[in-house]
Design a protein around this ligand. Structure first.
Ligand SMILES: [Zn+2]
Length: 281
């Protein structure tokens, strides 16, 4: 697999929720970290063997961490805190704090969770991990250096899993704004809205990832050009834009293409040929 061509998502392959998740996690131009919390779908244990774990130099460690999340779950730890530290920008320019819930589903173990941007460097991440271990946290392997933080999620046994947010407030009070935001259901609202935007853009894009990404941007959902898990579609095609034209039945037709020689409409950011923008005329 060519790592350089790995994309954050592919509208012909990923689920609606996965695409919405990519736009939340990799959201550009929003300084409020709380708007980049993602809620993940159920991940079944058997998917570990099927998934491609070659996306970057941390992927082996992340595979091991995923296996450890399930092992902790089987040992009765129902709240898992997995710290994925930034590595000084080598692959990850920021870290991620993952709150995971392993449960036994219909036939096998599944995990779901919340994923929050974490602005801690490797040292701070190591300190956080050590503090969690002191507060009754358990890991499968030992966490004795900065590198092991990424491989070793930390499990907690809590009586009422519905109270997980109170447990997080207790053991990680420094992220209180994040916990309050989740407690108020605002992360769920964001995800629902993003899925709605994704659905709308997908209907118009007709399988074209470049067009899809432009439509999303026009709805205010801008995505980073590059991140630890891939890159965007638009990044390679800077001279591409949305072209509006009028179809044979007078209907508006949207297409994505090279905009050289076309006129640009300041009002709606589309490109067109002819006298007036067909959209705003
Ligand atoms: Zn226009």
């Amino acid at each position: 697999m060519n790592l350089e061509n790995k994309k954050f998502y592919d509208i012909n392959q990923n689920s609606l929720s996965e695409i919405a998740g990519a736009f939340l996690e990799e959201r550009a131009n929003d300084l409020d970290l709380r708007n980049r919390i993602n809620i993940s779908d159920l991940y079944v244990e058997s998917k570990i063997e099927k998934d491609n774990w070659e996306y970057n130099k941390h992927s082996e460690a992340e595979k091991e961490a995923t296996i450890n999340v399930f092992d902790l779950g089987k040992k009765g730890y129902n709240l898992i805190v997995w710290i994925s530290p930034d590595d000084g920008g080598n692959v990850y320019k920021e870290g991620r704090l993952n709150i995971e819930f392993p449960v036994f589903g219909k036939n096998e173990w599944v995990v779901y969770g919340r994923h929050v941007p974490l602005l801690c460097d490797e040292n701070e991440s190591f300190e956080l991990a050590k503090r969690l271990l002191k507060n009754n946290g358990k890991s499968i392997g030992s966490i004795n250096n900065k590198e092991s933080v990424r491989q070793q999620p930390i499990g907690f046994r809590i009586e009422e899993i519905d109270d997980w947010i109170y447990e997080c407030k207790k053991i990680m009070p420094e992220f209180m704004e994040i916990w309050d935001f989740i407690e108020e259901g605002k992360d769920t609202e964001n995800k629902i809205k993003m899925e709605k935007d994704v659905r709308m853009a997908m209907e118009r894009a007709d399988g074209d990832n470049y067009l899809f990404e432009s439509l999303m941007a026009r709805m205010g959902n801008e995505i980073n050009t590059e991140g630890g898990h891939g890159s965007s579609w638009g990044s390679e095609n800077n001279r591409m834009g949305i072209i509006v034209s009028v179809g044979i039945n007078g209907e508006l037709v949207y297409g994505l293409g090279n905009v050289d020689g076309l006129k640009h409409c300041e009002k709606c950011d589309c490109y067109y040929s002819g006298d007036k923008c067909p959209l705003c005329k």
